[in-house]
Design a protein around this ligand. Structure first.
Ligand code: ZN
Length: 285
């Protein structure tokens, strides 16, 4: 089944007097949503008790959970202390995900830095192999880990790099951030064919479950020559990519990804709009 939901809490959630994420699941469920991504972007700081409360509330409202690992993870790093940190942060994210009953951990692969692209990617792959071993040793690899397509050109994570990382192990599922692909391609997604090319590539290179039930981040986005500048909302005119062609393709091809909306401040509202557009397309099939 396809799922739709926000990354984190909308501004309106707090404006209505809500204080804690435990309350978010009934709130988004009322909007017809059934997915939620919890961010550990600034660090995995959650107690087991709180994580379990969040998990129970999500389950009670039929919401499927994913988590986002810390943003400072950089699997291309040369520095031994930072490499050790990467393992720790991903293991902490996986453990907290388990406490919550979350099924996926999304992470940013790393930065190219001063290295040639091929060397940075080779380093990310070697580190990811260590991460896989570490999670296995800790008994934490019962969840899916999802490398994300990244919005800045100097970040590792174009579509083919993410596919290459996924090829390392069947439990690695692509997190396709369409806004990021649009930004790093400086406006690359303009048409239904542009979306279709991305989906075709997943089918051709990964196929099966990972080409059908992959992870998605979606938002409109502003970019410069270096790629991503900032996430926008559906109310911000003049920014792509447009969701309508993707809604059509998801319905037409019977795809069932987890659709996480990352609009700035209106992520739940825009996720609900995405779901509405998708259901409209499904009606037409
Ligand atoms: Zn991300």
């Amino acid at each position: 089944m396809i799922h739709f939901g926000p990354a984190g809490n909308s501004a309106s959630f707090y404006a209505q007097g809500h204080k804690h994420t435990v309350e978010a699941f009934a709130w988004i469920s009322d909007m017809g949503l059934d997915a939620y991504e919890y961010s550990f972007g600034r660090g995995v700081r959650i107690t087991k008790a709180t994580a379990e409360l969040i998990g129970l509330a999500a389950e009670a409202n039929g919401v499927s959970l994913s988590v986002h690992a810390p943003y400072y993870i950089n699997l291309a790093t040369h520095e031994p202390e930072k490499a050790a940190g990467n393992l720790r942060y991903l293991a902490q994210s996986a453990e907290a995900a388990r406490w919550m009953g979350a099924k996926r951990v999304v992470f940013h692969p790393g930065a190219q830095g001063g290295m040639p692209r091929s060397e940075a990617l080779a380093r990310v792959k070697a580190s990811l192999m260590l991460v896989i071993e570490h999670l296995e040793n800790e008994g934490l690899f019962d969840i899916e880990i999802c490398p994300e397509t990244m919005g800045k050109i100097k970040q590792i994570g174009d579509l083919d790099e993410v596919i290459q990382l996924c090829k390392m192990d069947g439990r690695i599922v692509p997190a396709i951030d369409f806004g990021h692909l649009h930004a790093r391609g400086r406006g690359a997604i303009q048409s239904l064919d542009d979306y279709a090319a991305i989906l075709d590539r997943l089918e051709e290179k990964l196929g099966g479950y990972r080409a059908k039930r992959f992870h998605v981040h979606f938002s409109r986005i502003a970019y410069t020559d270096a790629g991503e500048r900032m996430h926008k909302t559906f109310a911000d005119e003049g920014f792509g990519p447009d969701f309508a062609p993707l809604a059509r393709l998801l319905a037409k091809r019977g795809l069932e990804p987890v659709m996480i909306c990352e609009s700035k401040g209106t992520m739940a509202e825009d996720a609900a709009e995405m779901k509405r557009m998708y259901l409209e397309e499904l009606e037409k099939q």
